[in-house]
Design a protein around this ligand. Sequence first.
Ligand code: 2HA
Ligand code: ZN
Length: 281
Amino acid sequence: MSTSVIESKGYIASIEAPFIQEMAEITHHMWELGWDELNGGNVSYLLDEEEVAKYINILEPLRVINLTFPVTELAGKYFIVTGSGKYFRNVIKDPEANMGVLRVSKNGESVEVLWGLRNGAVPTSELASHFMSHIERLKVDPTHRIVLHTHATNVIAMTFTHDLDELKFTKTLWEMCTECLVVFPDGVSVIPWIVPGSSEIGRETAKKMKDHRVVIWPQHGIFGTGSTMDSTFGLVETVEKAAIVYNLIGGREIKQKITDQQLADLAKAFNVTPKAGILNV
Ligand code: 2HA
Ligand code: ZN
């Protein structure tokens, strides 16, 4: 934290912060895809203190919001998050009203709002799932930064007609497009239907995050995680693409498909290890 930032308070307009721009762009893009109707979807992005301090006054929090689920593991960490009840459609028009930059308090029991969430807005209703997922992903991947939840249309549709066993679900997705196994060799996980916004769905999602980057919420949507906005969105986009193909095929007769041996050959060629228990080779 340089003194010039403290003394001058001459912050470069916060709105120009690359992390605010990235959030505004991705929410707009997902809204355009039709995935985030109304207030559907939420994104959280773990930020470096130095990066935040370049654009935002980190010394004078605007207010404090208590958490119903303590997250001591995240104490002192900075996030930009979408706001509860806010529409992805509106983020790009007014980032400061629809998103917020937060710092988790030292005891992990509250967050300080440093920027945004104007007019008393609060962080996403799925903050429990986001924070608990960040905790688990950081344990297995120190480069982890992003949790992205969206109502990807075809993934939702697929959870009506496909078996929800996650090994079977993963295998079908791998079979739908050749790139899938290479993009998510770790597969996707699926939790049971649970009331959204609850700590319970947060805990169940986070349990899966110990060994998956993608968690599907049946009849609701998808959680994707990653180190960058590009890789996280790309992962979700690839799962959704496979689900589109699955739904396009519908119940029609399949005349040929990628065999297990071909999937194994693909994994070898691209040097990835397919999640165990799926391929019969
Ligand atoms: O309203 O997507 O899961 C935001 C949501 C809840
Ligand atoms: Zn949702």
